[in-house]
Design a protein around this ligand. Structure first.
Ligand SMILES: [Zn+2]
Length: 357
């Protein structure tokens, strides 16, 4: 017989609790065991209350015995809990197992509702097809970039005013490197050029589709999370005429012969000269509407000849190679192609909208 406190045999109590816990077959039973042996009305709690009538010395040693017993009981219950939970889980899995032998008559089975690709994914695939047809390959890159790939290698040093155009979400500032959600697919260009230099695989003819992020307030033509497709050609003897030819070929191939395009002078830090690429507003056909801000034109993206400083930064000799780049919004293409007045509909997940495409 072990120590008795307040008429409770402590060793006996611990043993009884452990036996009861081991016999528990479910979490519910185990919780009942826990309440019985550790709860407010348990014998252990009663023994604790009896400490009040003891002198200080006896209270100290009896208190230590009771605390040790509580810990032992808790441990015994926790050990059993692991086993009980595992058993319950496997029983659940067993019950959920598919019975593939069952034959379901089609008259009682509800028809399977088949989904389809979102209009943005469809648009991306169609755009890729157009460019693959023109001899481009498709490349991919990370959505989270270091400051170097997103800005600096693209001729946008810290504090350059152009950073304001691409204000983004910073994940980590400063040491060892600033990490951002990429504001454009242009960092993939840097990856491609660095890889091509390292592996001696120039020239490059590639398009890079993907998701990008900017700190824009959503409106009819802007989303903070959007999709771009970007093209890069690095080869010998490339000129602005080659760039304009690619843009024109693409516009006709994707939007149809009745939609015209135009290039307007613009500024981008990573191209020189640079242009904005606009097409006839497909919603009003040039008449002017809310979507095109009454101009009749919709800006699809930007383009230009790759700045020699960018080529230098990745180790390509601008005397030997030249190139051009262009990028535009996949969401904007979908909007123009399907005449979606408000771009926010693309991300609102309203099935009445999504199911139209
Ligand atoms: Zn319009």
């Amino acid at each position: 017989m072990g120590e008795v406190i307040g008429s409770v045999d402590i060793d006996h109590l611990v043993l009884a609790a452990a036996t009861a816990a081991q016999g528990a077959t479910s979490r519910t039973v185990l919780e009942a065991v826990e309440a019985e042996f550790l709860g407010k009305r348990s014998e252990l709690a009663g023994a604790h209350r009896s400490l009040g009538s003891m002198d200080e010395q006896a209270r100290k040693s009896a208190g230590a015995v009771l605390n040790a017993a509580r810990v032992q009981i808790q441990q015994a219950i926790e050990e059993c809990r692991v086993g009980v939970e595992a058993a319950e889980r496997s029983a659940l899995l067993e019950a959920d197992r598919l019975d593939l032998t069952e034959v379901v008559s089609s008259s009682i089975a509800s028809p399977v509702r088949r989904g389809h690709q979102h209009v943005i994914s469809q648009t991306q695939a169609e755009l890729e097809d157009v460019f693959i047809g023109m001899g481009f390959t498709v490349a991919d890159g990370p959505e989270v970039e270091t400051d170097w790939f997103n800005f600096e290698a693209l001729n946008i040093p810290p504090a350059h005013p152009a950073r304001g155009m691409w204000d983004t979400f910073y994940l980590e500032l400063g040491e060892p490197e600033t990490v951002v959600l990429r504001t454009h697919t242009s960092p993939v260009q840097i990856h491609l050029m660095e890889d091509a230099v390292a592996n001696d695989t120039l020239p490059i003819h590639a398009v890079m589709p993907g998701r990008c992020f900017r700190r824009d307030t959503p409106d009819a033509r802007h989303l903070h999370t959007f999709h771009q497709i970007e093209g890069l050609v690095i080869d010998r003897g490339m000129t602005f005429v080659d760039l304009a030819g690619v843009i024109q070929t693409f516009t006709t191939a994707y939007f149809g012969a009745d939609i015209s395009s135009r290039l307007r002078p613009a500024f981008f830090p990573f191209t020189e000269p640079s242009a904005e690429y606009e097409i006839t507003c497909t919603i009003c056909h040039g008449e002017g509407c809310r979507t095109c801000s009454q101009t009749g034109w919709i800006e699809l993206g930007g383009c230009g000849m790759v700045d020699p400083a960018v080529l230098h930064a990745v180790g390509i000799d601008p005397e030997e190679y030249s190139g051009f780049a262009f990028g535009f919004g996949i969401d904007r293409c979908a909007q123009m192609r399907h005449q979606i007045a408000d771009m926010r509909a693309l991300v609102e997940n309203d099935l009445r909208f999504v199911e139209q495409f």
